[in-house]
Design a protein around this ligand. Structure first.
Ligand SMILES: *Cc1c(COP(=O)(O)O)cnc(C)c1O
Length: 380
């Protein structure tokens, strides 16, 4: 791991460029150089046909990643994953409807907070952090409250690393004739997700997690007809009205507002790399890295937050060992070039190690050696 900075010389001015850091946080991720290269494309006006082409291509490729058919499309937004999540939660539930929120962690809580701030009618089912979703409670909620029109599920609950049972929830939701909204922000690309087979009506994702693009763009995938029907729901916001973005992108072939054009070029390239690797190929790569990491952690006596059957392919939550603080561990690892990630306070002395993005097998091996140097009892 090199920590010496290199310098870029531009017109005789020397600009420091930090060395590569291995990002073991759950996004933004280390990207392929071919993705980063798009940032040096020439400047472009967002109202020109080349950007219309770019957006059309991206929308098409995103829908394909989710298993969309010709009836599906995607709407792309400027903003991080939460922008697309807020646009969806605030735009798709009518005044007369109700959203059932399945909450077993920080991101379930976020869906609740978004619904509350927008005055979206909701019922929240809390299972507790790091507890699995109890399908029986979901069935009961749907049977006891016939005003529920939508259910929101976080596919991969990134705060705990728990993969929630999308297929089972999808089947329950579909059999009750309601719509499923899925926060797939940290699962798309790393976990199996099929918008049709899993009965997903609205699928929310972002550029900079397992699709391995750069931060600044997010998106929603759904049926074109479902997007079109949103015009009958009174908007709860202006910038994040999903209907507004859909109509601009679909009917006017133009973004509603200035999009992050450079980030979209990067996303387009990143989506080509997803297609080249194939979603199953990427899921396997992530699963392999996670297995390598977990094997190394177990060999070092580290304790995991979750039982193996609940673990996702991209995030591992482990206890901070006795005799060291998280901050100390983080800072020591950072000095060696590895970024790990804290957990929300609810989980106590637990931290996260992600393997999203361009993390190689050598990166994981190097991290485990750095961990040996950072753990209590290591020679100074
Ligand atoms: C990262 C994440 C978000 C929020 O994404 P931002 O890009 O930080 O806005 C929402 N939901 C889940 C499940 C996430 O992992």
């Amino acid at each position: 791991m090199t920590s010496t900075e290199t310098r870029l010389a531009v017109d005789g001015i020397s600009i420091p460029r930090p060395a590569r850091t291995v990002l073991l946080n759950p996004g933004p991720v280390n990207v392929d150089e071919r993705v980063r290269d798009t940032l040096s494309y020439p400047d472009v006006c967002h109202r020109e046909p080349e950007v219309a082409d770019l957006m059309r291509k991206i929308r098409h490729k995103i829908a394909a990643v989710c298993g969309g058919t010709e009836e599906h499309t995607a709407v792309v937004l400027g903003g991080s994953g939460t922008a697309a999540l807020e646009a969806t939660i605030s735009s798709v539930v009518p005044e007369t409807g109700r959203l059932l929120i399945l909450d077993n962690g920080h991101y379930g809580e976020r869906v609740h907070d978004i619904a509350a701030v927008h005055g979206v009618p909701f019922q929240r089912l809390e299972f507790g952090w790091a507890n699995p979703i109890d399908l029986q409670r979901v069935v009961e909620a749907l049977e006891n409250d016939l005003s529920i029109t939508h259910v929101a599920l976080v596919h991969h609950e990134t705060s705990t690393g728990m993969l929630n049972p999308l297929l089972e929830v999808g089947e329950v939701v579909a059999s009750h004739g309601v719509s499923l909204i899925v926060d797939a922000i940290s699962s798309l690309g790393a976990e199996t997700l099929d918008i049709v087979a899993h009965h997903v009506e609205w699928c929310v994702g972002t550029a900079n997690k397992c699709l391995e693009g750069l931060p600044g763009a997010s998106f929603v995938v759904g049926r074109t007809a479902s997007f079109a029907a949103l015009r009958d729901i009174a908007p709860r916001g202006y910038y994040l009205s999903l209907s507004r973005h859909f109509e601009a992108q679909e009917y006017l072939d133009a973004p509603a507002f200035t999009p992050p054009v450079q980030i979209l070029y990067a996303l387009d390239r990143a989506l080509d790399l997803v297609a080249e690797e194939g979603v199953p190929g990427r899921c396997k790569r992530y699963a392999d890295r996670a297995a390598q990491l977990r094997e190394g952690l177990a060999a070092r006596g580290m304790r995991f937050l979750l039982e193996p059957e609940h673990r996702c392919n991209s995030v591992t939550n482990v206890q901070v060992p006795d005799g060291v603080t998280y901050t100390r561990l983080h800072d020591t690892l950072k000095a060696d070039g590895y970024i790990v990630y804290a957990c929300q306070d609810e989980l106590g002395r637990v931290f996260r190690i992600a393997n999203m993005g361009q993390v190689t097998s050598d990166d994981i091996s190097g991290f485990l050696l750095a961990l040996d140097r950072a753990l209590p009892g290591a020679a100074p």
